[in-house]
Design a protein around this ligand. Structure first.
Ligand code: IMP
Length: 203
């Protein structure tokens, strides 16, 4: 049975990955099951750089096929910021609410039609020999004028979906999963695993 290392310590993400891949004949291992895995510095300029770095370095360390992710928010008016700095936009130990406040301040007075933004999720699965596959998901929206909704995390309360007239934080987890950047990337990655990795391991 193929064994895949999930290159994240985030329990929420581990759960999402497990759910997505539960019907495949693979065994998932988490970072917690490794003896002193290296801490990977996320210093890339793009989501792909960071996901690739995590997947490649941990695949080499563990000698296992390794799945890593990176995600964040791009705002057109800010030329793609906060981008790879999404988690630490308002400073190294910033809370989600600090980050949201900073973003709303930077866009103060900007009309709705100029507040385009998107969430991006990039997934990379790498072999210990350095070969890898990439899957990306996107979710388009607008930055709202004020936070609304209690669900989700991060920028969800200020990420407005015009087609639903709601913020991401007003959606149930199931609704968010049907349209999120992470869900799209995961669906694509599942297909990559089925078409390439499982098929090759059978041949
Ligand atoms: P990471 O993929 O864990 O590095 O996430 C980076 C940051 O992007 C998070 O801390 C959030 O601020 C933001 N982010 C990523 N995905 C989402 C999402 O689904 N909703 C809200 N914010 C998100």
């Amino acid at each position: 049975m193929a064994k895949i290392l999930l290159a994240t310590g985030n329990e929420g993400k581990i759960k999402e990955f497990k759910k997505l891949l539960e019907d495949l004949p693979i065994q998932l291992v988490s970072l917690k099951e490794l003896d002193r895995p290296p801490k990977i510095l996320e210093d890339g300029k793009t989501f792909l750089d960071n996901a690739k770095k995590k997947a490649l370095e941990l695949a080499k360390f563990s000698n296992l096929l390794t799945l890593a992710d990176d995600s964040g928010l791009e705002v057109d008016y800010l030329e793609g910021a906060p981008g790879v700095y999404s988690a630490r936009f308002a400073g190294e130990n910033a809370s989600d609410s600090d980050n949201n406040k900073k973003l709303l301040q930077l866009l103060a007075g900007l009309p709705l039609e100029k507040r385009q933004a998107r969430f991006i999720c990039c997934l990379v699965i790498a072999y210990p020999d350095g070969n890898y596959y990439v899957a990306e998901g996107k979710c388009e929206g607008l930055i709202a004028f004020e936070p609304k909704g209690q669900n989700g995390f991060g920028y969800d309360p200020i990420f407005y979906l015009p087609q639903l007239a709601m913020t991401m934080a007003e959606l149930s987890p199931e609704e968010k999963n049907s349209l999120s950047h992470r869900a799209e990337a995961m669906r694509k990655m599942k297909q990559i695993i089925i078409d390439n990795i499982l098929r090759l391991s059978k041949e």
